[in-house]
Design a protein around this ligand. Sequence first.
Ligand code: SF4
Ligand code: SF4
Length: 76
Amino acid sequence: MAGYKVYVDTSKCIGCAQCYVACPNKVFAIINKKAVPVNQDACVGCRACIVKCSTNAITITPRDVYAFYTRFYKRT
Ligand code: SF4
Ligand code: SF4
């Protein structure tokens, strides 16, 4: 399965650490009062962080969707 790309808009992030607490896979660290997705490869796309973030600073997008589907269709 393709993983997920985790993006934090630092202009919106207020460093509340709700994403850090909510994430089951410890994707985030709080560095200089901003959330930093230091462990993106562990993201499973559950969106718990997005639900908790009061400033809508987090975006989760599937990684390599195009590559994934290209491989899929080549096989069939
Ligand atoms: S929940 Fe949102 S505002 Fe709070 S630290 Fe995480 S990204 Fe920043
Ligand atoms: S979507 Fe889930 S696994 Fe991914 S960073 Fe957010 S809380 Fe963690």
